[in-house]
Design a protein around this ligand. Structure first.
Ligand code: AMP
Length: 304
């Protein structure tokens, strides 16, 4: 069984401010966090764009995790996407101070032939028109999952709604689920998102964990408390990476037990991610450390 994943998303330089300090122009982007997280489980093929300023060092960092970069376009003299965000002390929501699309403004993803038969697809947070263009180039996907954010819900809602009709699993955070549906109550909002197309909706709720909605089930898994949340950037993408990394390796992704296990892996990897700025925690994360925390977490829940 081919267990590989194609991911399209942002490849970025992030400038981040939290109560623990700030970083400038560090490696980030939804596709980067996702790829690093899922590469612990399976082969990941990245689709994205970066400027010449991205540099050989960052390419080498991704290659060290065996991430396939044939689909990463580097634009000569171009500038890499830049996101500047900050968080208040409760980390309730990222406040976007600046989004500089740069090379993303003219990006037209062309998938390498070696990517087109990949069974598992993750459309990470990026312009929904680009997500759709990537999906159109995949021959027979087994599992299509997608993420998004407030920026696209307000700016590109029509394109996003069109895309949702084609995805199996949507990852969305609580605030965004409310924004997408206009419904404040989380349970009602979750069910309304299901009506928009996806078979499964996973609402990411920060310190309150994640809630799964299917036509039949509603299950909440708690977050894994860590001593110090230093930087929550990438928590959602590393959750998606852990989830998709695991679910891509199982025979039946629709099995509720496997979905719960995948949520647990997502929770574990995202708990490592928030312990440090940028990708530094998940960059050096070993599979043995993931398994150790997974065992402890699932034993406390008695679910897997
Ligand atoms: P999250 O997992 O939701 O914390 O995502 C964090 C990542 O999203 C950061 O590394 C940013 O570079 C990236 N990001 C922020 N805004 C956008 C946007 N409008 N489109 C794509 N990626 C973004």
């Amino acid at each position: 069984m081919d267990k590989s994943i194609v991911v399209v998303g942002s490849v970025a330089f992030d400038s981040i401010e939290t109560v623990h300090g700030k970083t400038e122009q560090t490696l980030g982007g939804s596709a980067v966090y996702f790829s690093l997280a899922s590469s612990a489980f399976t082969n990941v093929k990245l689709v994205g764009v970066a400027g010449e300023d991205f540099g050989a060092e960052n390419i080498a960092k991704l290659r060290a995790h065996k991430i396939d970069l044939e689909g990463l376009e580097i634009i000569k003299k171009g500038k890499t996407f830049h996101w500047h965000g900050s968080y208040d002390k409760d980390y309730n929501e990222a406040l976007t101070k600046k989004t500089e699309l740069n090379v993303f403004e003219t990006f037209d993803p062309q998938l390498p032939l070696s990517y087109r038969n990949t069974p598992n697809i993750f459309l990470a947070n990026i312009d929904p028109d680009l997500q759709m263009r990537v999906l159109d180039q995949i021959k027979k996907p087994r599992l299509i999952a997608c993420d998004t954010m407030n920026f696209w819900i307000t700016g590109k809602k029509k394109a996003l709604l069109k895309l949702l009709k084609r995805v199996h699993i949507l990852f969305i955070n609580e605030m965004e689920a409310r924004m997408l549906t206009g419904e404040h109550n989380l349970i009602k909002a979750g069910h309304m998102v299901l009506q928009m197309g996806p078979e499964v909706v996973i609402v990411k709720r920060g310190a309150s964990g994640a809630t799964l909605f299917t036509g039949k089930e509603r299950i909440t898994l708690p977050a894994l408390p860590v001593e110090d949340v230093v930087d929550p950037t990438g928590a959602g993408d590393s959750f998606g990476g852990g989830f998709m990394g695991y679910i891509s390796t199982v025979k039946n992704w629709r099995s509720l037990n496997e979905i719960k296990k995948a949520m647990a892996y997502g929770t574990v990897i995202s708990s490592f991610n928030v312990e440090n700025f940028s990708v530094s925690s998940i960059y050096r994360l070993k599979k043995s450390a993931i398994e150790k925390r997974f065992k402890k977490y699932t034993a406390s829940l008695k679910i897997c």
